[in-house]
Design a protein around this ligand. Structure first.
Ligand SMILES: [Zn+2]
Length: 186
């Protein structure tokens, strides 16, 4: 959480706590099922604190801090906010999502990771890397969606070191593909 957001949240906490102590309930977001609405529904200080911890305090995923040359681009792919044409098209930044390198289909995350012939060489290296890390049964269980998920997030069922290796190899793929500008990392 950024310091400004943290300050706002602490201020919010004090206001809500004051209101609850005074028997008042602040007028918050009326929409149901928002974290603010759930906070609003707290009737005691204890339930308010528990709700605050549950809804606003998150434990960062250590695996998302791995830096092997392309963490920023890996994060953008996770969020669907990369320079892939399907992502740009989704936000009306371009008028055609088709991959400009192969013209075969929209340049989605799965197209980039699994199918675009432009990246066959880096893809083969990534898949060979997976076979060295994972056992045969696990490899046999992989489908396209699972490979994309591994590339972006790892797998909580695997141990930490294996996940670090997988996400690092995915960043090598991103760097070697030269699909995204890496200038900001230099
Ligand atoms: Zn393509």
């Amino acid at each position: 959480m950024k310091s400004k957001e943290f300050t706002v949240m602490v201020l919010w906490l004090f206001i809500c706590e004051f209101c609850i102590r005074q028997g008042l309930r602040p007028r918050l977001d009326k929409a149901e099922n928002t974290n603010f609405a759930r906070l609003h529904q707290s009737t005691t200080i204890e339930s308010f604190k528990a709700c605050y911890k549950r809804e606003f305090l998150r434990t960062p995923n250590e695996l998302y801090n791995i830096e092997n040359g392309a963490n920023m681009h890996q994060t953008r792919l996770r969020l669907g906010l990369s320079h892939l044409r399907a992502h740009l098209f989704q936000y009306n930044l371009i008028d055609n999502p088709t991959c400009q390198f192969c013209n075969l289909e929209p340049e989605t995350t799965s197209h980039y990771i699994l199918r675009c012939p432009t990246y066959n060489n880096v893809r083969v290296r990534f898949l060979i890397g997976l076979t060295t890390l994972l056992d045969q049964d696990y490899m046999a269980s992989l489908n396209d969606d699972k490979i994309v998920d591994l590339f972006l997030h790892g797998d909580p069922l695997l141990n930490h070191n294996t996940n670090v290796d997988i996400l690092s190899m995915a960043q090598v793929f991103i760097v070697d593909s030269k699909r995204f500008s890496l200038r900001i990392l230099q």
